[in-house]
Design a protein around this ligand. Sequence first.
Ligand code: FUL
Length: 692
Amino acid sequence: MGAVLLPILASLLCLETGEPGPRSPAPFGPVPSENQLRWHELEYYAFIHFSLNTYTDQSWGFGNEDVRLFNPSQLDAREWARVIKKSGMKGVILTAKHHGGFCLWPSRHTDYSVKNSPWKQGKGDVVRELAEACREYGLKFGVYLSPWDRNHADYGRPEYITYFRNQLTELLTDYGPIFEVWFDGANGGSGWYGGANEHRQIDPKTYYDWPNTYALVRRLQPKIVIWNDGGDRADLRWVGTEAGYVGETNWSLLNAQGDVTWPMLHHGLEDGDSWVPAEVNTSIRPEWFYHPSEDDKVKTVARLLDAYYASVGRNAALLLNFPIRPDGTIHPTDAARAIETGEIIRKTFAKNLARGAAAEASNIRGRSSDFGPENALDDRPDSFWSVDDGVLQASLTLTFKKPTSFNRFLVQERIALGQRVKAFQVEAFVDGGWREIGRGTTVGAKRILRFPTLEASKVRLTILDSKAPPVISHIGIHLAPPILDAPSILRNRAGDVLIEILDVGPHVHYTLDGTTPSRQSPRATGPIPTTDGKVVVQAVAIDPSGGQVGPVRRQAFDVSRKAWRFPSLGADADALLDGRDDTSWKMAESTGLPADLVLDLGREHRLSGFRLLPDQNMGASGVITRYELHVSQDGTAWTKVDEGEFANVRNNRTWQVKRFSPTPARFLKLRALATTDTSPNITLADIDVLTE
Ligand code: FUL
């Protein structure tokens, strides 16, 4: 008995005698450095991609592009800063030098910079203009300096490292405080290299001598954080994709040594020995640099909010890129979308609806108010609710003053003491009983759960499993406005129609009979089976409480693709029939162009055309530009029914629709005559036919 009661008695006694109460939980496992802790607070900041690529419509410069192309007549970095600030972001990272080697500042160590461009008669300095604008607007400023330099004659030799460090020294000395430096992982390959025009391979782990390069960075900017996905472990990690999300389970931990696999980047490592939190980098458009062909491909507000919840809401930061136009401005569509997104985030999280609620916990560390559950409702990051040593499961209940409507649950750990929570559950007290409204794994710096709006009088957070006693610094209850974007509609190979929206609350209603969908139309809650024939789907998102209606999306599908197969291809070709634009197939082996893709439709149809979706990845090789189409009834005797080109497919990867005189056929042969980069290994995202 003594063993159980003594510690409790002792803690009561010391409270009564006025002696110091129970001690704060000891840090558990790796913890963030001061610099990382400061960085965690930023959460959302901007990227800016601007270089000669902006003028050549390229993704990567080769290194020989003419510096005289650079002439942004309307450049005003204060305008960029204004957009960034209004979007609710806290800083910006500028591509001071991209892989092409062109410098946005007048470096003393190369001629390949703004100083030899016509912009401001060579007197301009984009880095300085943005650094100053950031100071004026209260934004943090960071730089991207590409280790790979396709312009420099010495790239690949030891001399280049001196050049690289000289440039780093300029950037980290001449422009005030730099909060983050970005060392891109793309490294070595073909380039101009001072006229050598050759391929140069380096080992990104050893070539840059990262330990000494990092030491230089930290000496010049003691408060900086370093991002690096190519060399030694830095302060921040890449998440393994540029699509705008990190894993739902996301540990801020990795091992300092050893190889890093994709799952480790995406989820961190539960038992990692170092604090290396995740930064989600994504562009507001498909590409990083500006391409006029993407003016209609700017991420929607719904998509941007989704990226926010899948990064900031999952213990990561969001680094959102703005491509700058040749005149030096941010496209108004990009600015408007980012600002509206920021406005919604601000409105949603400005007010904590749990403020003033009564808080009770199943366990309180030493029964001390220093660690009571009410600490999770004050806005102080250093106060928290915690539990006795050895307690790994605990719950905290909030009772609202009046029934409250909400659709977001936010929770934060006191990460200065380490990341602990492994699993948690959230319940709401509705109609006299507890109902689970969400569940999660890791928490970390911040975790946000989304669910349809509900009204409840109480909410309960239960920590189901934790590496050490949980330390919860904040809980937020919020109500986000519904986002009614036009649903995306696809029909998979089985013939089922899938209708999706990015928000979780609104209902999706649809029709298959050509009428406009309304609240009375059926609700899409899963795959919708259709007959084998043609179908026209119309769908709309509707807010079930307020009744607002979003824009209607209409999508027509031809015959179902259930019986289709590719006689000479493996299962990977199924990507061509899944209806998704984010999956693609690439021919593994090719004997050169022309290259054929043969499709068996399973039975005869009266074909009147075909349509295909090019590979959506802008870096893809083998995108077909010229074609012939042959059809057959038996797969042996072929007739050519169409030929032509997919114009502008290099820049604009939309559905390509081709029609021809109706012909009965069961087999179809798409013959690629030319591709964007002459690669005979053709690639495609989706293929479909048109029937009479
Ligand atoms: C990538 C680069 O190759 C892209 O061009 C872009 O800069 C992106 C942020 O990182 O690795």
